[in-house]
Design a protein around this ligand. Structure first.
Ligand SMILES: [Zn+2]
Length: 270
């Protein structure tokens, strides 16, 4: 009798629990994963989110996101749920430097048409991201490099002689030339870039639903545009191509245009 009673309770929970499960921490620069059954619609503020047939979806908060954000979920039975995120402030590593050394003043004029061409190729590749509903990222995430030291953190910025430099939207790992670089998750290579002025040789991977990762300054590429890759597959080797001062991997993550701290995905377990 007891056994029957217990299984009846479990049955009730499975059938009537209509609660989204969220994985990750809601703070600026972080991406989260959500999972729920019987989804009809998911929105973050006014943006409709994609979800796959397993009810898996993702969303992120930009480096500079602030204040209150609402995740609004509608279920196929007409019920709905709202999750409220009040984002905490996040401090970034901002360094003010006074230097008499001559600063990088921009690329030489003759490189400008090339840079413009490359920017257009990149824009086109990025515009293809967000079309795929499949949650390739459901493979889970891993670091793209082994035993490497972090030499640049997410969101940092240097202000040299009162001039703000570009914000560092990724992580840098110092490693010898030739060190293997792996895809952080399953996905489709949207662009295997060949010797771009800034990025050097690089790989841009679409993990579905607007989540993408990029790996810059590679010495060698092991994949081509359009190829399907799996988590942990070798995609290239560390190098110092493009605008780089020494052998390192720059690893960046985006959710659409929001800059995401790649570390927010590691160990997210869902
Ligand atoms: Zn970097």
């Amino acid at each position: 009798m007891k056994k029957i009673f217990l299984s009846f309770i479990c049955f009730q929970i499975i059938v009537f629990s209509q609660q989204v499960e969220l994985y990750g921490i809601a703070q600026p620069g972080n991406a989260l994963i959500g999972k729920a059954e019987n989804l009809a619609q998911v929105m973050l503020n006014d943006k409709i989110l994609q979800f796959d047939k397993e009810g898996v979806f993702t969303f992120g908060f930009d480096r500079d996101a602030k204040g209150i954000h609402l995740l609004k979920i509608k279920y196929t039975n007409g019920k709905s749920e709202i999750k409220k995120f009040d984002l905490p402030n996040r401090e970034y590593d901002i360094q003010k430097i006074t230097s008499t050394k001559q600063q990088f003043t921009g690329p030489p004029k003759e490189e400008l048409p090339r840079i413009e061409r490359e920017r257009e190729i990149m824009r086109k590749a990025r515009s293809r991201i967000g079309i795929i509903d499949t949650a390739y990222f459901a493979s889970g995430f891993m670091l793209p490099i082994e035993n490497a030291k972090i030499t640049g953190v997410f969101g940092s910025q240097r202000i040299i002689n009162e001039t703000p430099q570009n914000i560092h939207n990724g992580l840098d790992y110092a490693a010898p030339i030739g060190t293997d670089v792996f895809s952080m998750a399953d996905g489709i290579v949207q662009l295997a870039g060949d010797n771009f002025y800034y990025n050097g040789n690089f790989v841009l991977i679409d993990h579905g639903q607007g989540l993408s990762s990029i790996y810059l300054h590679l010495n060698k590429l092991s994949v081509t545009t359009g190829e399907y890759v799996t988590k942990g597959q070798k995609i290239g080797e560390v190098g110092t191509t493009g605008r780089s001062t020494g052998p390192h991997l720059h690893w960046g993550v985006n959710w659409f245009n929001s800059k995401i701290d790649p570390h927010s995905l590691i160990g997210i377990g869902f």
